[in-house]
Design a protein around this ligand. Structure first.
Ligand SMILES: Nc1ncnc2c1ncn2[C@@H]1O[C@H](COP(=O)(O)OP(=O)(O)O)[C@@H](O)[C@H]1O
Ligand SMILES: [Mg+2]
Length: 266
């Protein structure tokens, strides 16, 4: 059986860099010959369009998997990038919460679907990254139930840490009731502006509060990162030398080093 890592990229705030982090970490790892699957679990479908797929596509989306019309495997689509596949999303997904209101195992819905696939011989993924919606709704809880670990992008701005406290409480609750093995792998500071004192302050406070859980790599605010999605390609391909790309390459390196440390400690 393949040892596939399932990692959710989570923060209930919108616009903090979740999707950008999923797209670019996944792409950087795929360049290192790792087989990667991205699951777009946000009805906005930004990871879907960020990889150049349509988010108004009606067929074979994560919604179809979760409502039982297709198998997980049938929803896996190719991207333009070797080694990198995606399960796409569209706005239908926003109806799932209401449609499943009477199901008592609904927090396990995604886990049940993915586990069947992961334990099958067809699975050859090293990493599955889940791009979460900006809320602590059912979809996010489903991703917390299936994930082994979490990456939390934290925008270096005022109030960032207050949101983080709320998120940590939710994670603790899910741990106790639904997924005892869940771990925060790390917090990634995003949209860092070194001319802005507030960024430095958030950096300082986050490291004081979370110590080594905060990644050394910091993602700067960089306009190339915000341009790439409209071209349907990751910034690592759109402009691999820009500051944003460099920071995501560094982050992927740090992520893999952390993985090696986790393995040698196990
Ligand atoms: N480091 C950055 N510098 C500049 N713009 C960024 C950066 N990271 C993300 N963006 C842009 O900010 C917006 C929100 O980022 P996104 O990754 O979609 O956040 P989320 O998924 O948390 O809502 C997007 O338009 C994205 O292109
Ligand atoms: Mg997003």
């Amino acid at each position: 059986m393949k040892n596939t890592q399932i990692i959710s990229v989570i923060n209930q705030k919108g616009g903090v860099g979740k999707t950008t982090t999923v797209i670019n970490l996944a792409t950087a790892l795929s360049f290192q010959n790792k087989k990667i699957l991205v699951i777009d679990l946000d009805p906005q479908g930004n990871a879907t369009t960020g990889f150049g797929l349509q988010n108004n596509e009606q067929s074979n989306t994560i919604y179809d998997v979760l409502n039982g019309s297709i198998n997980f495997e049938e929803a896996i689509k190719a991207t333009k990038i070797d080694n990198l596949k995606i399960v796409s999303s569209n706005v239908d997904l926003s109806g799932l919460e209401i449609e499943t209101a009477s199901e008592n195992r609904r927090a396990f819905l995604l886990k049940d679907k993915i586990e069947n696939f992961i334990n099958s011989p067809k699975n050859d993924f090293s990493y599955i990254f889940i791009d979460c919606p900006p809320s602590l709704s059912l979809l996010t809880v489903m991703s917390l139930v299936v994930a082994k670990s979490l990456i939390v992008p934290l925008q270096a701005e005022f109030f960032a840490l207050e949101g983080l406290t709320q998120l940590i409480k939710t994670i603790e609750r899910v741990k106790i009731k639904l997924n005892p093995d869940l771990k925060i792998r790390g917090v990634l500071l995003t949209m860092f502006d070194k001319r802005n004192n507030l960024s430095a302050q958030v950096d300082f406070e986050a490291r004081k509060f979370l110590n080594e859980k905060v990644y050394q790599t910091v993602i700067p605010r960089n306009v190339r990162l915000s341009e790439a999605p409209s071209h349907g390609i990751p910034v690592l391909i759109y402009d691999k030398l820009c500051a944003g790309s460099k920071s995501y390459f560094n982050f992927a390196e740090e992520f893999l080093n952390q993985e090696n440390r986790m393995e040698s400690a196990a």
